[in-house]
Design a protein around this ligand. Structure first.
Ligand code: PGA
Length: 260
C-alpha cells in the first residue's frame, strides 16, 4: 500500500451547462481548500475554457474526456492532444467503455492515444474493464490484460507509469451497482501484479483507480482498499454535494495513508 494522496476524477460525461459547471467548480474549490487528496474535473470539451478560467492556479486540475491521436488535420469532430494542453488540461480520459462500446476505441488505438497524450505532456487515464457477460464467464483477468497489453507494447513499461489506469467494469458503470470492494481489490491487485512482472517499481508507483457507481455511501469502503489509489466518478459528479462528500472521504483516507 502506497502513501500517495488519493486521486478523485469527475467524469462529467455529456452533462453540464455554463451556470451549472460554475456552481459545481466553485463549490468544489471552496469545500476542498485545505485538502491533501488530488482532484480533477473532466467536463465536455466546450467547457474546458471555463474550467481553465475557474480552476487555474488552484489545487484542482482539469482534463478532457477523449482525444484524437493526431496533432492536427482533416478529422472533423475530433480534438487533438495539443489543443487539450493549450486549454491547460492535466489529464485526458482514454478508452472509456462508452466509447469502446460504440466502436470508436479499439485496444490498439488506446495505445496510440496513450502515447500521443504523453507526448503532448498530458496524463492519460486509461479505462479498462469487462462486460457483464465477461464477468459472468470469469474472464475479468483476461480482459484487463487484453486491454492493457497493447498499451504497454506501444509505450513501454516505464512510460505506462506516467499515466493512470482506471478499472471500470462495464456492468457497474451508471448501473447503481458498484463492484464489491473485495472484487475491486482483487482486480487492482491483479493489475498491479501484472505490471510488476515487467517492472516492480513501476507497479508500485502506478496510480490505479476504480470507477463504476461510486457514491457517497460506498466510497469509503471502495477507496480504502489497499490497491485503490482513487476513483473515477460519473453520476455522483453531477451533484456538487455528492462529489464533495466523496472528496472529503478521499481526503480523510489520504491523511490516514500518509500518517501510517
Ligand atoms: P458512474 O460512471 O460513476 O456513473 O458509474 C463512472 C464512469 O463512467 O467513469
Amino acid at each position: 500500500m502506497s502513501n500517495r494522496p488519493k486521486l478523485v476524477v469527475a467524469n462529467r460525461k455529456m452533462h453540464g451547462s455554463l451556470p451549472d459547471n460554475q456552481q459545481f467548480m466553485q463549490s468544489l474549490l471552496l469545500h476542498t481548500q485545505q485538502h491533501h487528496a488530488r482532484y480533477a474535473v473532466c467536463p465536455p470539451h466546450p467547457y474546458l475554457y471555463q474550467a481553465q478560467h475557474i480552476l487555474q492556479n488552484s489545487h484542482i486540475a482539469w482534463g478532457g474526456q477523449n482525444m484524437s491521436r493526431f496533432e492536427k488535420g482533416a478529422y472533423t469532430g475530433s480534438v487533438s492532444p495539443v489543443m487539450l494542453k493549450e486549454f491547460g488540461c492535466t489529464y485526458v480520459i482514454i478508452g472509456h467503455s462508452e466509447r469502446r462500446q460504440r466502436g470508436h476505441d479499439s485496444d490498439e488505438s488506446c495505445g496510440e492515444r496513450f502515447e500521443a497524450a504523453l507526448k503532448a505532456g498530458l496524463t492519460p487515464i486509461l479505462c479498462i474493464g469487462e462486460t457483464l457477460e465477461e464477468y459472468e464467464q470469469g474472464e475479468t483477468d483476461l480482459v484487463v490484460v487484453r486491454q492493457l497489453n497493447p498499451v504497454i507494447a506501444h509505450v513501454g513499461i516505464q512510460a505506462l507509469s506516467k499515466g493512470v489506469i482506471a478499472y471500470e467494469p462495464v456492468w457497474a458503470i451508471g448501473s447503481g451497482k458498484a463492484a464489491t470492494p473485495q472484487h475491486v481489490q482483487a482486480i487492482l491487485s491483479f493489475i498491479r501484479g501484472h505490471i510488476g512482472l515487467l517492472d516492480e517499481q513501476v507497479a508500485e508507483k502506478m496510480d490505479l483507480l476504480y470507477g463504476g457507481s461510486v457514491n457517497p455511501s460506498n466510497a469509503a469502503q471502495l477507496l480504502s482498499m489497499p490497491d485503490v489509489d482513487g476513483g473515477l466518478i460519473g453520476g455522483a459528479s453531477l451533484v456538487a454535494d455528492d462529489f464533495i462528500r466523496i472528496c472529503q472521504i478521499a481526503n480523510e483516507l489520504t491523511d490516514l495513508r500518509t500518517a501510517a
